[in-house]
Design a protein around this ligand. Structure first.
Ligand code: DHB
Ligand code: FE
Length: 294
């Protein structure tokens, strides 16, 4: 892929991720651009506690590392640019969300969760238990048969469980967030059969590079880090009476599996697909959903 393609895509994905978050998660933006989930919806005591803790942590860093005015001003310009580039969803999902998920999932039974990231889209096409994700004719990438079963914590199968799947293509690009890809490409909502089983044909995604031409990319370059996430399948698995599981599955020995920029890999979430004899690979992964909180 050419450099220009990647750059056009990076700018577009930041803007789309911001727009998507504002409409899906906090209610539609009004004419003034104001959106939902304002601080007043969160308990005052809690806001005081958390805001004070964050500000104090910043003060500690400044003292401990003897931060200079030049550094303070560099930070100030960078924070302004993150907003202008529409990269707050990317920044937060890469460097913050994994700890929020860790806390949220600490005492939940069942399959491990991990971060959602910025590229979920609700209402993907509904598909039967044996299905192929929507894809282009001759979609590039190694074919993958991904199958398994959804059960509750006690092992009872969950028929009619919904597996929402989304993933990058063989260029590491997500439909709806990169230009030129059909709207629901490699996105679908698979429903498990009477025995909780599913079998989905897709392609193995490529590693994903977070946009390098915006402010997150500038931070990565300035700090000498890399911008990659290992290849992954995203899933939200839900069933009545159970907690919805948001997770990702990775590929054994895949590039960046040990150094995910978003720190979202867990050993329990690594697949080891085997050659299927059809030119592609196949893998089985079973999901266990925790009971809904009382
Ligand atoms: C980001 C992208 C992803 O595909 C993901 O799973 C997590 C984070 C990001 O660009 O922030
Ligand atoms: Fe992703």
């Amino acid at each position: 892929m050419s450099d220009t393609t990647v750059k056009a895509t990076a700018a577009a994905s930041g803007a789309s991720a911001t727009e998507r978050f504002l409409t899906d998660k906090t209610g539609k933006a009004d004419k003034t651009g104001k959106t939902g989930a304002p601080a007043k919806d969160v308990d005052t005591v809690r806001v005081d506690t958390l805001a004070t803790a964050v500000i104090t942590a910043v003060h500690d860093v400044i003292r401990r590392h003897q931060v200079t005015y030049d550094e303070y001003n560099a930070l100030k310009s960078w924070l302004i640019a993150v907003g202008q580039d529409g990269e707050w969803p990317l920044f937060l999902d890469v460097w913050v969300e994994h700890v929020v998920e860790e806390v949220a999932g600490e005492s939940r039974e069942g399959t491990k969760g991990t971060i959602e990231g910025p590229y979920y889209a609700p209402d993907a096409p509904a598909l039967p238990s044996v299905a192929t994700l929507p894809m282009r004719d001759g979609e590039a990438g190694t074919p993958l048969l991904f199958q398994g079963r959804v059960t509750g914590a006690e092992g009872a199968p969950l028929p009619g469980a919904v597996l929402e799947m989304w993933q990058a293509d063989d260029d590491g690009l997500y439909a709806q967030f990169a230009p030129g890809i059909p709207e629901w490409n490699l996105r679908g909502r698979v429903v498990s059969d009477d025995d909780g089983r599913f079998a989905v044909t897709t392609i193995q995604p490529a590693p994903y590079q977070i946009p390098t031409d915006g402010s997150c990319g500038r931070l990565i370059a300035a700090a000498g880090w890399h911008a990659w996430r290992p290849a992954h399948l995203h899933l939200k698995v839900s069933a009545p009476g159970h907690q919805t599981l948001t997770t990702q599955l990775y590929f054994k020995d895949g590039a960046y599996i040990e150094t995910d920029v978003a720190s979202a890999v867990k050993p329990e979430l690594v697949l080891d697909p085997q050659p299927a004899g059809t030119g592609g690979n196949e893998v089985t992964y079973d999901f266990v959903l925790a009971p809904a909180a009382l």
